[in-house]
Write a protein that binds this ligand. Sequence first.
Ligand code: B12
Length: 428
Amino acid sequence: MGGLGALLFLLGGLGALAHICDITEVDSTLVERLGQRLLPWMDRLSPEQLNPSIYVGLRLSSLQAGAKEAHYLHSLKLSYQQSLLSNDNSDSEAKPSMGRLALYLLALRANCEVVGGRKGDRLVSQLKRFLEDEKRAIGHNHKGHPHTSYYQYGLGILALCVHQKRVHDSVVGKLLYAVEHEQLLQQGHLSVDTVAMAGLAFSCLELSNFNPNQRNRITQALRRVREEILKAQTPEGHFGNVYSTPLALQLLMASLRPTVEMGTACLKAKASLLASLQHKAFQNPLVISQLLPILNQKSYVDLISPDCQAPRALLEPATETPSQTQVPEFIHVTLKVSSISPSYRHSVSVPAGSSLEDVLKKAQENGRFRYGTQASLSGPYLTSVMGKTAEAREFWQLLRAPDTPLLQGIADYRPRDGETIELRLVGW
Ligand code: B12
């Protein structure tokens, strides 16, 4: 055992391990800058841009947005209640998905609300129905797949649990089976975000003493989830990748049984996270919303009994640094699509600092390239390329040639001069 191991062992003996995965003493200006990046998103109040995850992240953080925050919750309520509770099925496309309904329920809980009454009960029943449908899609032999994903399945169970609403053993059983049989994969690799979300749901069930007949399985599954997350740590310290580390840390932080091994891994993850913060890796509002709670030693499991009186610092909008008007420097990016016939390969010239979305727009303006997107909580999701729409369990993967999947979406990724970006239709 090295010096660090010995220290952690000693701390364990003193009972101090309970908070070993807490990320404390982060420079408050760095945290504030993260919060400030959420503010412009809170002015976007159209139904497709409202994002309950932003509200949850802020409420579990050390920061607050004052009147803007209350107004945002009000807009969320108007939009979600209207579309979920209306009996009008003609526009059923516009109804929020299971995961969005779950996030909305988390947002209500983050404001210390308990769902109840006629309206609240309908929301809960709706979420339970979604889970039942997904359970049926997985099937009694566990060979099928949920229509959405196991990530949303876990999120649904978590949201009901923090509102102290029980779900049937058979619903929890599907998620337990998936963990026990290592089914939480994406393209054959472990999805750390999905495993972490399942773990957060199990942590809530364990703490709430729900599903007593499955208690042992839940405890074992939690142990497995922790082991898998620790195994997925990269040499730099991330669990999975930089963007799955926030949810992974939420899960480890919520752990009732921390180990010395976890302590060492969390210290390393903290160092890598701080380096990523310094390098401004966190730009996407959804990812920021999953990160802010851990910088305040909180996880979604804390929504079982949220502290709505905790003091939080008021966020001020970031002061703009006037940009010098310079003649923009242009870069060349090559776009490649081989999943269609005839294949496409073309070089596009865009101002330095442009996003991949700008590259796609430029290619569409100038030639035969075509693409389509759909709004999501993470930003614009690429749904079709050259008229070919990804079908169920397929997606248009973004890669930097020759074979490196991008860790950001089209709106956030900024290609460098000379890069080739491939759009590849793959199964997941
Ligand atoms: C499931 C999932 C997928 C599935 C989505 C299909 C499905 N039916 O569920 C698949 C495997 C297809 C997928 C693809 C991608 N994903 Co993904 N995905 C997730 C995951 C685990 C859950 C998303 C979810 O259900 N959220 C809850 C619901 C309620 O929110 P929603 O907005 O309605 O969900 C939709 C969007 O999230 C969208 N989606 C999924 N991934 C991404 C990524 C981006 C950038 C965008 C804009 C949208 C999007 O699909 C969801 C279902 O419709 C998240 C993990 C996380 N921490 O959030 C990663 C995550 C969002 N994905 C990520 C990435 C990078 C991608 C890809 C860009 C990877 C790539 N190199 O191609 C592609 C998207 C490419 C494109 N076409 O635009 C990153 C984003 C990081 C960031 N900086 O923002 C995350 C955080 C995972 C990670 N740790 O790296 N993903």
